[in-house]
Structure formats: C-alpha cells, structure tokens
Design a protein around this ligand. Structure first.
Ligand SMILES: Cc1cc2nc3c(=O)[nH]c(=O)nc-3n(C[C@H](O)[C@H](O)[C@H](O)COP(=O)(O)OP(=O)(O)OC[C@H]3O[C@@H](n4cnc5c(N)ncnc54)[C@H](O)[C@@H]3O)c2cc1C
Length: 411
C-alpha cells in the first residue's frame, strides 16, 4: 500500500469516520484537533439515507440507537406558547424534519472517536499552521502550533466550515464560502423549568429571529438554539462571551420562553455561535491534500444533510484510497467523481432557504406556519419528501473494508 501515513485535521464527525475506515484499510492515521478533547455540543443530527448505511457498515447502529433522542416531532409556537403548526416525527416514514434516528452531535462525535481507538494517534489542543508539498514530491511537510513538524504522505482537512487546511492549501475563506446571512447559536440548558413534552419547539419572531428548544438525551436537559438573520458580523468566533452578548442583544424583548433560555445561555459551557455558509469548491483535492465534510462541502444545517455528507464522504475517500492501493492520483479524482452529484444535490436549499426558515415580517411568519401545517399534504409533501430523500441519493460501493479489514478493488 502506497502513502501509508495520513494526517487528518479535525476530530468532529468526518475526521474520526475517515480514520476508522483508513485504519480498516491498513493506513497509519494521525488526527489533530484544536479542542482539548472531542468537542461536545450541538443539537441532534439526523442519521438518514446513505449516512445511516455507513454507520451500519461500521457496526455502530446498535449503539447509535441506544444514544438516540426520543422526540415526538416539530411544533411551531407563537409568543404566548400556543402551537400554530405541528409535524410529527413519524410523518415522511420517519425520515422527515425530525427523523426516526436523531442523535446528539456530541454523542455521535464521541461514538466515532471511540470506534477509532486505540489504533489512531490523536494530537488534541493543536492545529496545523503550515503545509508544504513540492510538485511530484513524495509527501507533505506539516508544521503545527505545538507539536514538532512532521512529514505525512497525505493530509485531509476535516476541520469544519472554517477549515485551517483549506485556508492553507486552497485559499481564503471569503473566496470559497457563500454566507447565507444567518447565524445560529446552540447550547445545552439544564433545570430551566420548561416542559417540552417530547416536542422540538420553535418560535419565529419578527426581524428574522428563531428561538428553539428540543429534548436532550438526559432527563431535564434541553438543547436550545437561537438563530438570526444578519449580514457578516465582525466578532471573535472563539470568544463565547462575545457570542452570548450578540445573541442576548438580538433576542431582547422576544416572547415565548426566550427570556428563560437567554438566562440559561449565560452559563451554558457548550455555547457555540457560528455563521451559516455553504462551501463551494470546483475540486476537493490539491496535490496530496484533500478536503472532507464541512471543510470541503458544507451544506449548512438548513439542509439537514451535513452529517450524511461527512459520513459518506469519509467512507468513499477511504474506500477509493484502499481500492487504488493508496495511490492518491487515482483515488482523489474518483472521490470527486463519486461524491460530486451527491454533494451538488444536497447543497440545494429546501424551499425558501434562510428567509423561509427565519422570515423577517409577521406575514412571512404566518405563511411559514401555513406551509408547516400543510407539510404532510399535497403539494408540500412531495417537495419535502424529495428534500429528505436526497440523503439516500448515492450508490455506496462495497470496498471490502467491513469484514476483512483489507481493501479490495471496486466492483
Ligand atoms: C460544536 C458544534 C456543534 C454543532 N451543532 C450542530 C447542530 O446542532 N446541528 C447540525 O446540523 N450541525 C451541527 N454542527 C455541524 C455538524 O457537526 C457538521 O455539519 C457535520 O456533522 C459535518 O461534520 P464535520 O466533521 O465535517 O465538521 P464538524 O463537526 O464541524 O467538525 C470539525 C472539527 O474540526 C475541529 N477544528 C476546527 N478547526 C480546527 C483546526 N484549525 N485544527 C484542528 N481541528 C479543528 C473542530 O473543533 C471540530 O471538532 C455542529 C458543529 C460543531 C463543531
């Protein structure tokens, strides 16, 4: 096998999933992660379509089911808490807005990370600062913020929408990311006194504001969210207090349970605020460097497909490398070829896009309620069913990595 030593940047969803499959194929894998441990936090992510098949092929579905969060569905509420529309979880055959298998993002990241142990080397609390590859050379010299420089055969950026690897090897973020004009904050609230009765509650307020709360996995735990529409803002993404301040200002005066959630936000340790933007690149590889998951093709949570893209991308990239005996000059173009149609369809936003999710005026909010109420009926039903069906819109090859632990040629 050529190109034995592979560095992955990012231990979110895509990074550990890739490490898992690369180890199965016999590669030596190092993962560098900026956080001091796998990052907790985030709301539930959906295991749908081909993403779910990848988890099954990893033999992790049983554990994922045990960790999944029980939810009755999505309900829109007005400022006094009255329900204005409901979509139950079993609508769309369990593959709708709230899908049958929803797992907390932090739980999934931890599950994947543990599945890579003890065979994968992790460098936590560090980041790549330089990538040097000579044309036709036999490897990449990587420098880190803390660790000593090292040489790898290949480098994969799985470090999310603000990827450091992408910035170093492909170019600056503002050229490659299309902002949707939407910001979202997520955090865990405990002992807040809010009874969700198993529902994912969402409140739209004028000004393009969305406050939400959905059940967590542990008793009394709620996964809260605040989204707002805004042109790009200058603030430090790594300073949670600056983020909390921004959100508190935007949501001052908003009804429903927003004041209670804002109070819980002040002390939430996993508070996370980010802009939503789609990553669009003509090619996901440059020489010996490849991009995976949100780093290469972030679709944003509005599509509900980011986790499927990350899991499927990891499976395909590792599978193609194994099938090519490690030869990246064969495997990288195949990775692009197999993933491109899947990614292109996944990046088409659902009807209405950011404005549909967070309408700015009262009329828009009423129309959103109306469309949500008619979601399970014609003509909305087939439109939405098509959006969710995209998760399964790819034929996953059997690369022979599941049972034998060895790569074999693609069928
Ligand atoms: C804290 C958090 C909460 C999220 N919550 C939700 C949610 O509620 N709903 C939803 O749909 N999606 C959420 N997402 C996004 C979702 O996880 C991804 O869209 C999807 O699963 C693709 O995963 P990924 O591995 O490509 O990216 P990510 O899950 O973003 O993982 C990227 C990883 O790279 C690490 N990283 C970043 N920069 C560097 C660097 N310079 N060096 C090393 N490591 C780096 C990050 O710490 C992170 O662990 C969240 C992401 C994060 C990080």
């Amino acid at each position: 096998m050529a190109n034995q030593e592979i560095l992955i940047s990012g231990a979110g969803i895509a990074g550990p999933a890739l490490a898992y499959w690369l180890r199965r194929a016999g590669f030596a894998v190092t993962v560098v992660e900026r956080a001091p441990q796998p990052r907790p936090g985030g709301q539930t992510v959906d295991l749908r379509g081909a993403g779910r098949t990848v988890i099954e092929r990893m033999d992790l579905m049983g554990r994922a089911r045990e960790l999944s969060v029980d939810q009755r569905g999505l309900a829109l509420v007005d400022s006094s808490g009255r329900t204005t529309a409901r979509v139950p979880a079993d609508a769309f055959g369990g593959e709708g807005i709230v899908s049958e298998i929803e797992i907390l993002r932090g739980d999934l990241a931890r599950l994947l990370y543990e599945a890579t142990l003890p065979d994968t080397e992790y460098l936590f609390d560090d980041t790549v600062t330089g990538i040097a590859q000579a044309a036709g050379g036999d490897g990449v010299t990587v420098t880190f913020e803390k660790a000593a420089p090292r040489r790898f055969a290949l480098v994969v950026g799985a470090d999310g929408p603000h990827s450091a690897v992408r910035a170093l090897a492909f170019g600056p973020e503002h050229d490659l990311v299309r902002p949707l004009g939407l910001y979202t904050a997520w955090f865990t609230a405990v002992d807040h006194g809010l009874d969700l009765d198993g529902w994912y509650l969402m409140h739209n307020a004028p000004g393009g504001l969305v406050a939400s709360a959905r059940p967590g996995r542990l008793p009394g735990e709620i996964k809260a969210g605040f989204s707002f529409r805004s042109p790009p803002l200058a603030y430090d993404r790594r300073d949670p207090d600056a983020g909390r301040e921004l959100v508190a200002r935007r949501f001052a005066g908003v009804g429903w349970e927003a004041p209670r959630l804002l109070r819980a936000m002040r002390t939430a340790p996993d508070f996370f605020l980010d802009s939503m933007g789609q990553v669009r690149l003509d090619g996901w590889t440059r020489g010996r460097v490849a991009l995976l998951g949100d780093a290469g093709y972030c679709a944003t949570p509005l599509t509900g497909l980011g986790t499927s893209l990350a899991l499927v991308g990891a499976y395909v990239l590792a599978g193609e490398l194994a099938a090519a005996g490690g030869d990246h000059t064969v495997a990288f173009p195949r990775y692009d070829e197999v993933m491109r149609p899947y990614v292109t369809r996944a990046q088409e936003l659902p009807p209405g896009g950011a404005a549909g999710y967070a309408p700015s005026g009262r009329l828009g909010i009423r129309l959103r309620d109306l469309s949500m109420r008619s979601m399970t009926r014609w003509p909305m039903r087939p439109l939405l069913a098509a959006q969710f069906a995209k998760a399964g819109d790819i034929e996953l090859a059997d690369y022979g990595l599941t049972a034998t632990g060895r790569g074999r040629a693609r069928p």
